[in-house]
Design a protein around this ligand. Structure first.
Ligand code: ZN
Length: 284
């Protein structure tokens, strides 16, 4: 294959590709505050770096990265696309890909926040429900923490957004975009609060205290830098090791998933997934 980048291929090349391979990777990121030492495009690189390595290992192609989703951050440069708009966009992209013959789609989120991912997962479930043509496609989310002990350790080690792990990835793969000399943290109290709980950057209030009332959400106004973790520990070497660990963990699983999906499409035998959460309506 001349390139793994779908955006650099021609119609003819994609047509040829589809004759022997129906797998495509779809990365998405966000334009978002990442402190003073990392660029706003951090999560776009995050997604693209992993997607490119996966494509080499799986010998498949990567669709152009979607650069926007919902961040929640409100510092300068951050661009928020509401989760429903983001999900609609991704659902359209998935339909386009499946209509053309792609059957195995790996979605690679470069952004760690939960709002976009939660919304997208449910939107895709409904899309597959309402459009039977989509049911032949296996759509799988790929997050490093599902396959890599190192990624999980950094989460349990309270390193999240713009911290050691993300900074190390950039030092390893896009060193020209890192400004370690500009590194700053928020006040020690704020920095510690966000290591304790990365969602603590949100201040939620309502009028009544009742959980049935919709809350008002803002980013805590004391946050000026927006780093969650330990960026001062970052090293290029760590970035390389983290990426290798994630790739090592995920590639055999993904290869097996492709084989399983192909087999299930032929035999019609699907795996039944039981919904074990009873009486969801009472929790809403
Ligand atoms: Zn990030």
């Amino acid at each position: 294959m001349r390139t793994h980048a779908m955006g650099e291929m021609t119609v003819k090349e994609v047509r040829e590709y589809l004759k022997h391979n129906q797998t495509v990777i779809f990365p998405y990121g966000v334009v978002e505050q990442h402190g003073y030492h990392l660029p706003l495009s951090m999560d776009i690189h995050n997604a693209e770096i992993l997607a490119c390595r996966m494509a080499e290992e799986l010998d498949c192609i990567v669709a152009p990265c979607l650069n926007y989703c919902f961040s929640g951050g409100q510092l300068p440069g951050t661009i928020n696309v509401k989760p429903n708009n983001f999900s609609n966009m991704v659902c359209d992209i998935m339909e386009s890909l499946v209509n053309q013959g792609f059957l195995n789609i790996f979605i690679v989120p470069g952004h760690g926040g939960s709002e976009s991912l939660l919304h997208l997962k449910e939107s895709l479930r409904i899309l597959k429900w309402m459009n039977p043509a989509m049911q032949k496609a296996m759509i799988l989310f790929i997050r490093r923490s599902d396959y890599s002990k190192k990624a999980l350790d950094s989460i349990y080690g309270r390193d999240y957004h713009a911290g050691e792990s993300e900074t190390s990835t950039m030092l390893a793969c896009r060193p020209g975009l890192v400004r370690m000399e500009e590194l700053e943290m928020d006040t020690p109290e704020i920095a510690e609060m966000m290591r304790e709980d990365p969602d603590a950057y949100q201040l939620r209030t309502n009028f009544t205290g009742l959980h049935q009332e919709i809350v008002n959400t803002v980013q805590r106004p004391e946050i000026k830098v927006g780093v969650m973790g330990y960026p001062e520990r970052a090293k290029a070497e760590t970035g390389v090791k983290n990426l290798d660990d994630a790739i090592r963990g995920m590639i055999p699983v993904l290869k097996k998933a492709i084989v399983q999906a192909e087999k299930a499409r032929k035999t019609g035998k699907m795996v039944e997934i039981a919904d074990t959460e009873k009486l969801k309506m009472l929790k809403l």
